[in-house]
Design a protein around this ligand. Structure first.
Ligand code: AMP
Ligand code: ZN
Ligand code: FE
Ligand code: FE
Length: 284
């Protein structure tokens, strides 16, 4: 689409570029916050978003490293909610990550992730795909445990031959070992983000394969959506451009890099002009 093309053909941006969406070892990423920041710098970005599932522990170390190497770090968290059976992700940028109450809420959600991981492991055993919960937790380290850690354990045990297979065979939606997470509504999740002064942004809108859901989430009060993603095609961009204009939405995006879980390290594969960081900041 025109808006997208015009920006990506301009290789210049006065204040550089940002990748707004990177995971670290504080959730299901494979790189530490320091490594993420270092790689982002090496790849010529001027800003990088530290976005972990239900966790904010990666933000401080990333900020520290950012100061050291000279790159801006955008603090954020990615929360999950349910619409029907669909797992919807909403990111809160500039959330007050130091707030004690927020940290307590996130610890509680992480504990529930642990219970869920145990249930998934039980279901996997019933499917003849045994993995040890201890190993899963070891892979998660200090991070919020999630399905990617379970996929990694399945791979190690030889139950699958590639990472993605875990999701279409065992732990993806509609699969025999799928267990949903805690049932927050989008309204609750958006409220939680706003209560702690975050800007709610709908993550990977096209991944839900459901336009009604996108519209519903916009009605619930997100301030923007991930427009700049490497996985969008022309149709997606055309559709999202209309939405952004109609609802006057902020646009963010990025690679959603999990540190090479799906092959290579994606950080900076999409470079979003810094002006979109400025727009996000103005919305604070
Ligand atoms: P969880 O928060 O535990 O439900 O795990 C969600 C994460 O699993 C996402 O952020 C992705 O990294 C990964 N994931 C979910 N579905 C798939 C899929 N179909 N293929 C590959 N990775 C997936
Ligand atoms: Zn993830
Ligand atoms: Fe996500
Ligand atoms: Fe993500």
């Amino acid at each position: 689409m025109k808006l997208f093309d015009s920006i990506f053909k301009t290789k210049k941006s006065e204040n550089g570029f940002c990748d707004f969406h990177i995971h670290t070892t504080f959730s299901d990423g494979l790189l530490s916050p320091e490594q993420v920041v270092t790689i982002a710098k090496e790849r010529g970005l001027s800003a990088v978003g530290i976005v972990d599932h239900d966790a904010v522990g990666g933000i401080e170390p990333a900020l520290r490293k950012g100061k050291e190497v000279g790159i801006e770090v955008l603090p954020a968290v990615e929360l999950s909610c349910l619409v029907g059976d669909s797992d919807i992700h909403i990111i809160g940028y500039y959330i007050d990550y130091k707030n004690k109450k927020l940290n307590n809420i996130l610890s509680d959600i992480q504990n529930k992730r642990l219970e869920r991981a145990k249930k998934i492991v039980e279901k996997l055993a019933n499917q003849g795909a045994e993995v040890e919960i201890e190993r899963v937790l070891e892979l998660a380290g200090n991070g919020a445990v999630g399905r990617p850690h379970i996929a990694q354990a399945l791979l190690e045990k030889g139950h699958i031959t590639c990472y993605d297979e875990a999701f279409w065979k065992y732990i993806g939606y509609h699969c025999p070992a799928y267990v949903p997470k805690e049932k927050f509504s989008p309204k609750e999740t958006i409220k939680l983000i706003r209560d702690f002064h975050g800007i709610p942004i709908l993550a990977h809108p096209m991944s839900y394969n459901n336009r009604a859901i996108i519209n519903f989430i916009i009605d619930q009060g997100v301030k923007g959506l991930e427009f700049w993603r490497p996985d969008h095609n022309d149709n997606d961009r055309r559709y999202l451009t209309n939405l952004v204009k109609t609802h006057n939405l902020l646009t963010t995006g990025g690679t959603d890099c999990h540190g090479g879980r799906k092959g290579k390290i994606l950080i900076g594969e999409i470079k979003i002009p810094y002006q979109y960081v400025e727009e996000l900041k103005r919305a604070r």
